[in-house]
Design a protein around this ligand. Structure first.
Ligand code: NA7
Length: 536
């Protein structure tokens, strides 16, 4: 602390979402001088920004939250198995208040640059308004999906009606009631939005480039009695999460798909289909994610389910993905998504058949037809994972720009640190375990907190990994990704966003699991007293 005296803080945290809030709580307990700098006007991160109608968890509420505080678990009641965004935001506000976090958060502070100062091993951050902040260490807690991208379609600025990205849903938007609404995109966000807003729109036109696999969420309310039971089961719930491949409560089927007798297999799938939540994605055999034939069989099972729900046979085929198998992209869970298309005022425009020519003053032009709208909604996704890093001018030793360092491929050690960017720890950085995100956040923050405690006790002024360790880690991540069908497909999980000017090549952006293996690697580094790092 003595050596940091000339600096504003010991630790600066960028972002006040779940990662940043828990980092603050953890690091403050070490007696370090710490501050969170947050771009938004309030805490919540993903759950602050994404307020579109229908936004909600599709993981079980009680598994997708902080587990570290028994008091917090005791004091908070969930009212739905899959919490809607307003309730999740309330939970985050409750957490923030309970641990009195706000006094160490500065809102409305968008960091534009973060430059490492080699002479004294510190960081200098500058915000949009030109204000500067210095610290020994920084923790990036910027989220993996926080840079919305608009489609790279001509004329986006010409539209004279109202238009917005789903992650910027206006707080005071006039109701969509009776309006002519267009929505571009059919990803997880679009699916949640469409199934909600079609009920109020006068007409709704969905522009689909790639259909997505999606299956029933089966959300229900949680009664007081049920909540009491869940509370008792918290230790079991978190143990299940800890032991599973991607930190969810659902357990994978150990059998090989092709070795199970067909009737037994379909009976099992039917049973999973009827269950709430991700069972239908995560409780099938592992080979559904790795074996083309197993995946084809399971995809066909779901295709039949979709056909049974859509009245128009031609339309049904358009809504069934043909070029990627079930689970190879993020499978969002829905509540009445397909039924929306049976309504006469809901129209699907397949833009592979009828490419969008441009956005006009009045709407969207496809194949010579102008679709006129009052409101145009962009559910077009994010510059995922590395996008939040790209939005800040990170410069490491010798002014080396992180944007450039990663432009030839992402390199990290443990997904937590990067060579030449000393004293920077990333929560939910690339090559970290994603899966059940709050579980991953909790682990990463605890790891970083322990590291900073050790650094404090050992008077460490700077740390960074070696190139060799980063190379080893990359090979390790690559090996784990081998054979996964998901890595053969373009998606935000494989780092592809076709809207960006510099078209991205498919790359490994995440640790492909299993989560227990990830934690084992990181635990071992701690047990070695962080000797993997160059320390000074
Ligand atoms: P996604 O999953 O990246 O989905 C974006 C959607 O927008 C997807 O259907 C895209 O089609 C479509 N899109 C993007 N750009 C265009 C253009 N230019 N023209 C037509 N269609 C376009 O983002 P989400 O917000 O839905 O979900 C992100 C994650 O948030 C999700 O996985 C959850 O975990 C939470 P494409 O597939 O590229 O053909």
């Amino acid at each position: 602390a003595e050596a940091n005296k000339h600096l504003d803080y010991d630790v600066l945290i960028i972002g006040a979402g779940l990662s940043g809030l828990y980092s603050l709580h953890k690091i403050r307990q070490l007696g370090l001088r710490v501050k969170v700098l947050e771009a938004g006007e309030a805490e919540g991160g993903t759950w602050f920004w994404n307020r579109y109608p229908g936004a909600r968890f599709d993981s079980e509420s009680y598994s997708y939250i902080f587990s570290f505080s028994q008091e917090l678990l005791d004091e908070w009641d969930w009212t739905e198995h899959f919490s809607p965004q307003p309730e999740t935001l309330k939970y985050i506000q409750f957490f923030t208040k309970k641990f009195d976090l706000k006094k160490d958060i500065q809102f409305n502070t968008r960091i534009k640059s973060a430059h490492y100062q080699s002479p004294d091993n510190s960081w200098l951050l500058t915000d949009e308004a030109g204000r500067q902040y210095s610290s020994r260490f920084i923790v990036t807690a910027m989220g993996i999906l926080n840079q919305p991208t608009l489609p790279d379609i001509a004329g986006v600025d010409d539209f004279k009606g109202q238009a917005w990205h789903t992650a910027r849903w206006p707080a005071d938007h006039s109701s969509l009631q009776g309006k002519r609404v267009g929505i571009i995109g059919t990803g997880a966000t679009a699916i949640q939005t469409i199934q909600e807003i079609y009920k109020m729109c006068g007409t709704l036109t969905v522009f689909q480039r790639t259909p997505n696999w999606t299956a029933p969420l089966r959300n229900t309310k949680i009664s007081k009695e049920e909540m009491a039971d869940i509370r008792k089961r918290y230790p079991i719930i978190f143990k299940q999460c800890l032991e599973s491949y991607s930190c969810f409560i659902h357990v994978t089927d150990g059998r090989k798909t092709t070795e199970v007798p067909r009737d037994e297999l379909f009976a099992h799938w039917e049973e999973l289909y009827q269950q709430p939540g991700f069972a239908k994605v995560l409780s099938v055999s592992v080979d559904v994610a790795t074996d083309h034939e197993a995946n084809r069989l399971y995809s066909e099972f779901h295709a039949e389910k979709i056909r049974a729900r859509i009245h128009d046979k031609v339309l049904a085929e358009k809504l069934i993905p043909k070029n990627h198998g079930f689970g190879t992209r993020r499978v969002p869970l829905e509540s009445g998504y397909y039924e929306a298309y049976n309504e006469p005022h809901v129209k699907l425009v397949d833009i592979l058949e009828n490419p969008i020519e441009r956005v006009t003053e009045k709407g969207v032009l496809t194949g010579g037809v102008e679709h006129e709208f009052d409101v145009l909604i962009y559910a077009t996704g994010f510059d995922a994972v590395t996008g939040s890093f790209g939005a800040v001018d990170f410069q490491g030793i010798g002014g080396k720009k992180l944007r450039e360092t990663w432009s030839n491929g992402i390199q990290t050690y443990l997904g937590l640190t990067v060579k030449d960017y000393p004293n920077m720890a990333m929560i939910m950085g690339p090559h970290q375990m994603f899966g059940n995100i709050p579980r991953s956040i909790e682990y990463a923050v605890d790891w970083v907190g322990d590291f900073l405690e050790w650094a404090r006790d050992n008077n460490v002024q700077s740390f960074q990994p070696t190139q060799e360790k980063m190379d080893d880690w990359y090979r390790h991540v690559e090996r784990l990704g081998e054979g996964l069908l998901a890595n053969e497909v373009d998606s935000w999980m494989t780092g592809v966003n076709k809207n960006l000017a510099a078209k991205q090549k498919r790359s490994l952006t995440r640790y492909n699991g299993p989560a227990p293996g990830y934690r084992k690697e990181c635990d071992a580094v701690k047990a070695r007293n962080y000797s993997d790092f160059v320390l000074s």
